[in-house]
Design a protein around this ligand. Structure first.
Ligand code: ATP
Ligand code: MG
Ligand code: FE
Length: 337
């Protein structure tokens, strides 16, 4: 069973071929980070143009690297949403053209289902499973009782974790995307500023990161007013400590309450060294299996889309030619038993 996945929701144009839902045969990512850097974030119009230039090339490269012919494929899966509408449409139209030309089933896939299924490429999922999704646009705790079943038990009420990283990075004059650099600075730091932890209501699994972001901005501002030097490493470490402590504690509490068999982390911020180490430590102590994909599978890629898409294919999910980009698409279950 060979599935082609295509991803173009943000600033990565990607195509991948997955065998039997778990084996990566090829995984090609064309990143646009360099083009967006000087603007301090992703510029939608520029993203769309790069996707147009690259989408056919990444699909061809994925096929060539895999040594797979279109006739060997069983389905084409593409990110339907959420994401930038202009960016999504490029991948969707490429997928439609490919599927139509080669008479293959077309499946629209949810980007966050993809991030979660990146783990399935590394370690078979076991249910019930708790996924901590931490990315540029999402911070969620998702409970899965079986394949294709998603229950949102908590989410951010304001900024996503990755968004907070990128905004704090701007305050510290670090270029986009700031996440990896703040992570590195925190790692190297010999001290930490003490920033607040935002827990919300005692029983809540929701998150809030905008107050923390403001605390960092105020700290920087006050120091400048007093004519004091700010140690950016200490700020990075203090910020990261706060994010990691809250994410770890809420994930642990949810894992215990729902008595899950497996905990996974997904999304770009799951590449964070501090977060990975913290989650690994607490779940080892608790005796609950914890997994996180290798770094290239945490950030946007098409292997994860093909992995989720393969499960959708097996469940009989199909899209028709009216498939359209859905910028604000909700994560809905395709399996409801
Ligand atoms: P979404 O998946 O919610 O639609 P997205 O696709 O833009 O958003 P991802 O590509 O999954 O997000 O992740 C990108 C985010 O991950 C950026 O905000 C980036 O700063 C952050 N990130 C990447 N590596 C790290 C790291 N090591 N530490 C912290 N954040 C990181
Ligand atoms: Mg990206
Ligand atoms: Fe993403």
């Amino acid at each position: 069973l060979y599935v082609l996945g295509i991803e173009s929701s943000c600033d990565e144009t990607a195509a991948a071929i997955i065998k039997n839902g778990t084996e990566i045969v090829s995984n090609v990512v064309a990143s646009q980070i360099e083009s967006h850097k000087r603007f301090g974030g992703v510029v939608p119009e520029i993203a769309s143009r790069h996707h147009v230039e690259n989408v056919t090339l990444v699909i061809e490269e994925a096929l060539t690297k895999a040594g797979v012919q279109p006739s060997d494929l069983d389905a084409v899966c593409v990110t339907e949403g959420p994401g930038l509408v202009g960016a999504l449409l490029i991948g969707i139209n490429a997928a439609k053209a490919f599927a139509f030309a080669h008479q293959l089933p077309l499946i629209g896939t949810h980007h966050i289902a993809g991030h979660i299924y990146a783990n399935h490429l590394v370690q078979p999922m076991e249910f019930p499973l708790l996924a901590l999704v931490v990315s540029g646009g999402h911070t969620e705790l998702v409970l899965m009782k079986e394949h294709g079943s998603f229950e949102l038990i908590g989410e951010t009420r304001d900024d996503a974790a990755g968004e907070a990283y990128d905004k704090v990075a701007r305050v510290l004059n670090i270029s986009y995307p700031g996440g990896p650099k703040i992570d590195q600075m925190a790692h190297e730091s010999d001290g930490a500023v003490n920033f607040p932890r935002v827990w919300l209501e005692a029983d809540s699994y929701d998150f809030s990161f905008s107050g923390l972001k403001s605390a960092v901005i105020n700290y920087q501002h006050n120091a400048i007013q007093r004519g004091e030097e700010v140690n950016p490493h200490h700020v990075a470490k203090g910020f990261q400590d706060s994010v990691v402590e809250v994410l770890t504690a809420k994930t642990l509490r949810a894992a215990k309450e729902y008595q899950v068999k497996q905990v996974i982390a997904a999304g770009g911020v799951a590449a964070n060294k501090g977060l990975r180490a913290s989650l690994e430590k607490v779940f080892k102590e608790e005796g609950i299996p914890f997994y996180v994909p290798p770094l290239p599978l945490c950030t946007d890629n098409a292997a994860m889309i093909a992995a989720a898409g393969t499960e959708m294919f097996k469940s009989g999910v199909r899209s028709d030619w009216s498939l359209n980009g859905r910028p604000g698409m909700e994560l809905v279950s395709w399996n409801r038993k």
